[in-house]
Design a protein around this ligand. Structure first.
Ligand code: S3P
Length: 435
């Protein structure tokens, strides 16, 4: 059996225990970028040491950031360049990470040197025009030189840009952040309007680093005033709610479960998975909630035999976009229909997550209808184990291993190496929870 194949069988006695899932991926990328531009040094605690975020950190070291190791790989001192990064000596490897590549593109386009970013086959098939378009309007020179039109590798000729107002055509925090990160480098006000509220980690971190940024009351309009002079300040990154969501669903569908998750990020632009699971009947309790730049708290999830289907509202989609594969698994265990529509963005994630989720749900015996923009799942049919591909997609691999924890027979996921892009240690934590 290849070493990146993982098999599970039903956890007959439930999942029980207390775990701390790794640090937030979105926040880790942004801390590396902004800490590199900042003046001074900061302690970074609970950085996500996954392949995606380590690629971003290595890229920032190429730009001149200094990383001094701390007592564990997740904790280190980051010394910034005070807005004077240097040209990278080598092409920048973004691995599998759309966030890394799109956010760095915004920054690199406004810096006075040339750079080139590349990634793996999945990343080189994902659309980059969405960031090239607004950045080009600011005067950026970015050439998408991949074999697929509009795709990576990206060759960037950095130069002085001009501020713009940009109306985002899609609800994307990556596009929003690429424009704002370019905007913070230049004199004047750069603004964006988003069609729906997307994750606001960039804006919160702007405040953390003393970068002038305002958001309208309805959350849809954001303005950054440059040129910024970011100031380094210590930070502790909360655990990733997207990683925690695998346990929120596992605890909800596996009889006898009770799982305690520590210090999970509870940013209201990311927590729709909790609202939707509760609406489906899930027993999710939040305690010890605090706010330090980002809200976070402890979550206790207990099995509930009476999950039922729901309709995911259009405005909820951007706030649980990464959780849809695992939500679809929950829906397969809930009585009645769950409607997940208005989610066409899923087709351009690490895999086409509508197609890959539907394929694997069907392989396990679930009843699911596929639409161009989502799926409708009729839950309540007992699932059976199967051998499935994870399609090089970390969230598909983890989502269907969780499904296997309450299915008949053995569930095997192929090509699980991808899990390391966001959740190193997933398999060990899963095994530690099985009673
Ligand atoms: C992210 C934004 C989302 C999300 C991705 C992380 C971010 O992508 O799917 O995993 O950190 O800004 P889009 O901006 O493409 O929706």
């Amino acid at each position: 059996m290849p070493s990146d194949t993982i098999s599970v069988t039903a956890a007959r006695n439930g999942l029980r225990g207390r775990i701390c899932v790794p640090g937030d991926k979105s926040i880790s990328h942004r801390v590396a970028l902004l800490g590199t531009m900042a003046h001074g040094r900061m302690q970074v605690r609970n950085y996500l040491c996954s392949e995606d975020c380590l690629n971003t950190l290595r890229a920032m070291q190429q730009l001149g950031a200094t990383v001094i190791p701390g007592d564990s790989p997740q904790n280190f001192t980051l010394i910034g360049t005070g807005m004077h990064p240097k040209a990278p000596q080598h092409d920048i490897d973004c691995g599998n990470s759309g966030t890394g590549m799109r956010l760095m593109a915004g920054m690199l386009a406004a810096l006075p040197f040339d750079s080139k970013m590349f990634g793996d086959a999945s990343l080189c098939s994902r659309p980059m025009k969405r960031i090239i378009e607004p950045l080009s309007r600011m005067g950026a020179e970015i050439h998408a030189c991949g074999s697929k039109p509009g795709c990576a590798p990206l060759q960037i000729h950095g130069k002085k840009l001009t501020p713009i107002h940009y109306d985002l055509p899609m609800a994307s925090a990556q596009v929003k952040s690429a424009v704002l990160l370019a905007g913070m480098m230049l004199p004047g006000a750069t603004s964006v309007h988003q069609p729906a509220i997307t994750r606001d980690h960039t804006e919160r971190l702007f405040a953390h680093f003393s970068i002038p940024c305002t958001t309208s009351q309805d959350g849809l309009d954001i303005v950054v005033n440059g040129p910024a002079s970011p100031v380094a300040k210590d930070i502790t990154i909360p655990s990733d709610i997207s990683s925690a969501s695998f346990w929120l669903v596992a605890g909800s569908i596996v009889p006898g479960s009770e799982i305690y998750l520590q210090n999970v990020g509870l940013n209201p632009t990311r927590d729709a998975i909790i609202h939707v699971l509760r609406r489906m009947g899930a027993d999710i309790e939040i305690i010890n909630q605090v706010e330090e730049g980002e809200p976070y708290g402890d979550i206790i999830v207990r099995y509930n035999a009476h999950l039922h289907g729901t309709v995911v509202e259009p405005q909820e989609i951007p706030n649980l976009i990464d959780e849809i594969p695992i939500l679809a698994v929950a829906a397969a265990f809930a009585q009645g229909e769950t409607h997940i529509r208005n989610a066409a963005e899923l087709r351009v994630k690490e895999s086409d997550r509508i197609s890959t989720t539907v394929t694997n749900l069907r392989a396990m015996g679930a009843c699911v209808e596929e639409y161009e923009d989502g799926m409708v799942i009729t839950g309540g049919i007992p699932l059976h184990g199967a051998t499935m591909d994870s399609f090089g997609d970390h969230r598909i691999a983890m989502g269907f291993l969780v499904a296997g924890l309450n299915s008949a027979g053995e569930t095997t996921l192929l090509h699980c190496d991808s899990i390391n892009t966001s959740y190193p240690g997933f398999e060990a934590q899963m095994r530690s929870l099985i009673v």
